[in-house]
Design a protein around this ligand. Structure first.
Ligand SMILES: [Zn+2]
Length: 167
C-alpha cells in the first residue's frame, strides 16, 4: 500500500509543481517544469550560483552517462536532475543538523518524454517515512534555490501552467 503524502509549502512555485509519494523505503517525486527550457544549458549562471549558495553540492558523486564530475554535468543537465541534487544536499544539511552523522542519501532522476509531456521528471530518493520532517524543510529550500536559478534565465517566457494529474 502506498500513501500519497502532501507537503504543505506556503507558496508554491509558478515555475514548477510536484507531487510526492512516500513508499515504504523511498520517496517518489513527480515534478513538472513550466519553463520554456528543460536543461541548465539555458542558464549559464547555474554553476556560479551553486558555488555561492550551495558549494558542497559539487562533492556529490553523480553517476551520469558521460561519467562527468557533477560540476561539469551541472553546467548542462536536465532541470529534474539538478533539482534532485539540490534536494539531496539540503536533506544532507538537515539530517546533519538533526544529529545524524552517518547516512547515505541516494537519488535517481528519470524521464520519458516520448510518453509524457516535456518537462516531467520522476525523482526517487532513499528517504524513509521518519525523514518526512527534514524532507519538508529541504523541499522548501530546494524550491527557493531552484527558483533563483530558473529566474537567472531571462529569456524564458513561461508556458501556461498545467497541474500534474496523479493517476
Ligand atoms: Zn546525478
Amino acid at each position: 500500500m502506498t500513501t500519497p503524502t502532501s507537503i504543505h509549502l506556503k507558496d508554491r512555485s509558478t515555475l514548477f509543481d510536484f507531487v510526492l509519494t512516500q513508499r515504504p523505503d523511498h520517496v517518489e517525486i513527480t515534478i513538472q517544469f513550466f519553463t520554456s527550457f528543460y536543461t541548465t544549458h539555458e542558464i549559464p549562471g547555474t554553476i556560479a550560483l551553486l558555488e555561492t549558495l550551495l558549494p558542497r553540492i559539487f562533492r556529490h558523486k553523480c553517476f551520469n552517462s558521460g561519467k562527468l564530475a557533477f560540476k561539469e554535468e551541472a553546467a548542462n543537465t536536465e532541470l529534474g536532475h539538478l533539482f534532485e541534487h539540490i534536494l539531496l544536499e539540503f536533506l544532507c544539511i538537515y539530517k546533519y543538523k538533526e544529529g545524524h552523522l552517518d547516512f547515505n542519501l541516494k537519488g535517481l532522476t528519470e524521464w520519458n518524454w516520448l510518453q509524457d509531456p516535456r518537462g516531467i521528471f520522476y525523482i526517487s530518493l532513499n528517504t524513509k517515512r521518519e525523514d518526512i520532517f527534514v524532507l519538508q524543510q529541504a523541499l522548501l529550500k530546494t524550491q527557493n534555490l531552484m527558483e533563483v536559478i530558473l529566474m537567472a534565465n531571462t529569456k524564458s517566457p513561461m508556458l501556461p501552467s498545467k497541474k500534474i494529474h496523479k493517476s
